[in-house]
Design a protein around this ligand. Structure first.
Ligand code: NDP
Length: 283
């Protein structure tokens, strides 16, 4: 078996064309979707991510700005800035790029964002709505993964989904979204015993570990769907996922590549959430 590749880059181009039309309709009603991205400090990876978000926003006609703040900003100063953005009716979406400097409590910052502008879907209010299956901003990476599965009409109901990773931004929410669609979900993490035995039972395997090529065909059931969330930069500068693509492709029915997989979908779902915010999210 050679796996069919789920190309996130191609899917995101298709979705962005539709979003562009939606933004044009909103502009006819004098609504210009606006995203403010807050960047604290000089982390080069963060800078590159926020530039990618701004560029993608422009592609679909969303107005966006990057608010660059000093590494030395205090938590209360940052909260004040977020409150100003909360009160600015021209700002529909607010995203604070993570990680933040260690003197700032991330949770305090996330909770300062108005949940109706929380386009990252990280506010506990929105997390709760997601858990209870209500309409809300879904976190972008898990939402992108679900959209990729839907794009190939992959059956989720009744299937065994195994998620490796339990972070708040990827592992936990993607498991929840799979559960919401009636998968039977198992979470694995660094303390999991007999990882291979569990992953080999997966019909859908989501890998969000953050270590290059740790999952190969030995961990994969024949015919499984493999979603590789990992983004790892090797010493030679190339990007690779958590899954050994060439090996895994021999057992999987579907697989996502890195790059051109989950990464572009994450940004695309951020645009989707910003448009949703501009249309008006009720608390
Ligand atoms: P975290 O570091 O927060 O979480 C990693 C998870 O992997 C943890 O739950 C950890 O377990 C688990 N883990 C670590 N080592 C092992 C192991 N040997 N066996 C089993 N489980 C293990 O990472 P994130 O969730 O934030 O990100 C994961 C990856 O996805 C990274 O490469 C990141 O760059 C990428 N990413 C990609 C995005 C995209 O758009 N494509 C978006 C966000 C992230 P424990 O909890 O026990 O420590």
């Amino acid at each position: 078996m050679v796996a069919e590749v789920i190309n996130g880059k191609e899917l995101s181009i298709k979705l962005k064309l539709n979003m562009k039309k939606e933004v044009e309709h909103l502009k006819e009603k004098n609504i210009v979707p606006h995203l403010t991205v807050v960047l604290v400090g000089n982390n080069p990876a963060s800078r590159s991510y926020v530039n990618g978000k701004k560029k993608a926003s422009e592609e679909v006609g969303i107005s966006s700005e990057i608010l660059e703040l000093s590494e030395a900003i205090t938590e209360s100063e940052l909260i004040q800035i977020i409150e100003q953005l909360n009160n600015d009716e021209n700002v529909h979406g607010i995203l604070v790029q993570l990680p933040l400097p260690i003197h700032i409590n991330v949770q305090h910052i996330i909770e300062a964002i108005d949940p109706t502008k929380d386009v990252d879907g990280f506010h506990p209010y929105n997390v709760g709505k997601m858990m209870t299956g209500q309409d809300t901003f879904l976190p972008c990476t898990p939402y992108g993964i679900m959209t990729m599965l839907h794009s190939k009409k992959i059956t989720i109901e009744g299937k065994h989904a195994v998620v490796i990773g339990r972070s708040n931004i990827v592992g936990k929410p993607v498991g929840q979204l799979l559960l919401n669609e009636n998968a039977t979900v198992t979470y694995c993490h660094s303390r999991t015993e007999n990882l291979k035995e569990i992953t080999k039972q997966a019909d859908i395997l989501v890998v969000a570990v953050g270590r290059p090529n740790v999952i190969d065909k030995e961990y994969i059931k024949e015919g499984a769907v493999v979603i590789d969330v990992g983004i790892n930069r090797l010493e030679n500068g190339t990007l690779t996922g958590d899954v050994d693509f060439d090996s895994a492709s021999l057992h999987a029915a579907y697989i996502t590549p890195v790059p051109r997989g989950v990464g572009p979908m994450t940004i695309t779902m951020l645009l989707h959430n910003t448009i949703k915010a501009a249309k008006g999210m009720k608390k």
